[in-house]
Design a protein around this ligand. Structure first.
Ligand code: PLP
Length: 387
């Protein structure tokens, strides 16, 4: 079945109890098991059936079945946020004394969790400048490697083939944060990556109305992540959010096609504009990540970053003149968003760490929405005229 068809049919069937065509919202914290023997059997895992919504809920289960099929995964888990996904993966799979690695930059919240919180649990965290750096210098005994194929926020491209080769040297588990690409454009598990995760707050749900995270992979790994995420951290998604995520997924392909087309047009315009010092968009032929992404994914995403020389002051002047682009963090919504990562999403990082990761004060990140690209270009042109 083609992915576009799967979006409407995978894991979704008429509700067995009522025949409802879309998955009903089972808004219940607990589920009766009727009698003591059945309760005992459900808790022992001998009988199927729902017990308590922190551990499982029919609306969430339908969504997880759909996502497992979309990711070609044995199992998928939906949690309360992208950060719940990140933290659950690490808490489930590494222990005190272990060494973990990530390719810089990653989303600022992920970097802060790894550097400030995970290290307090006695886990050694190393960052690498690039996939080549990781391949050449991965530390002996590394247990887990996290990377983003297109990084947040400066759209640096990492080659999953180099990540897999590096991880193979130490037997490390590979984790791909695929928030920027989605399974419509790239399915890491089919390429040999062990775990894929998303901030489903972004393109997967697509409407800017929920916070959610997704993790998918082999059953054996997923079972320990599920236990940590739901039973111990206690970060389930609620049934209302699960419903909205499933509804958003139905239009993922349509939305992504519009994001991609818009980003390509906006980037082409900005690349020719004299006021823009640098355009970062891997779809441009001279972008350092272009060839890798062309070979590995064949699409370039819906994000465009630019640098205006002049630091925060000039960036702010430009941002404050935009009308159609809304100044807000997050990305992958229907409407276009703009932000200054160094003073917002990545502000918690030290100046040195930001500079090393290429998150400069000149950098502005644009999430291209599904508006008419010519309107977005006109908005950018008028705001650039003031800089
Ligand atoms: N991963 C990436 C690439 C992100 O951009 C974000 C948030 O911006 C996250 C993870 C965290 O996701 P959430 O905000 O849903 O917790």
């Amino acid at each position: 079945m083609k992915f576009k068809t799967q979006l409407l049919h995978s894991g979704i069937g008429a509700d067995q109890q009522t025949g409802a065509l879309t998955t009903p919202i089972y808004q219940s914290s607990t589920f009766t098991y009727g009698n003591a023997a059945e309760g005992k059997a459900r808790f022992a895992g001998e009988h199927p059936g729902f017990i308590y919504s922190r551990m499982g809920n029919p609306t969430v289960q339908a969504l997880e079945q759909q996502l497992a099929e979309l990711e070609d995964a044995e199992e998928a888990l939906v949690v309360a946020s992208g950060m719940a996904a990140v933290s659950s993966i690490f808490y489930a799979l590494v222990s005190a004394g272990d060494e973990v690695a990530f390719i810089d930059p990653v989303y600022g919240g992920t970097a802060a969790f790894l550097i400030n919180t995970l290290t307090r649990a006695g886990i050694h965290v190393s960052s690498y400048r690039s996939d080549d750096d990781l391949l050449a210098n991965i530390k002996a005994g590394t247990k887990l490697v996290l990377f983003e194929p297109i990084t947040n926020p400066n759209l640096k491209v990492s080659d999953y083939r180099k990540v897999i080769a590096a991880a193979a040297k130490t037997g490390a588990i590979t984790v791909c944060d695929n928030t920027f690409l989605t399974p419509y454009l790239f399915k890491p598990l089919t390429k040999g990556i062990d775990i894929v995760m998303h901030s489903a707050t972004k393109y997967l749900s697509g409407h800017g109305d929920i916070i959610a995270g997704v993790i998918a992979g082999k059953r054996q790994l997923m079972q320990s992540i599920r236990t940590i995420a739901l039973k111990h951290i206690g970060a389930p998604i609620g049934p209302q959010e699960a419903y909205l995520l499933q509804r958003g997924l139905r239009t993922l392909a349509l939305r992504m096609d519009a994001h991609l087309a818009g980003a390509a047009q906006v980037a082409a315009f900005l690349a020719k504009h004299p006021a823009v010092a640098k355009v970062i968009y891997p779809g441009l032929a001279d972008d350092p990540g272009h060839t890798t992404l062309a070979e590995t994914v064949g699409a370039y995403g819906g994000m465009v970053s630019i640098e205006l020389s002049g630091g925060f002051t000039r960036a702010a002047r430009f941002l404050d003149k935009l009308h159609l682009f809304t100044q807000a963090v997050s990305l992958g919504d229907l409407e276009s968003l703009a932000c200054h990562p160094a003073s917002t999403t990545h502000a918690a990082m030290s100046v040195t760490d930001r500079q090393q990761a290429g998150v400069t004060d000149d950098l502005i990140r644009l999430s291209i929405g599904v508006e008419a690209p010519e309107d977005l270009i006109a908005d950018l042109a008028q705001a650039l005229a003031y800089t």
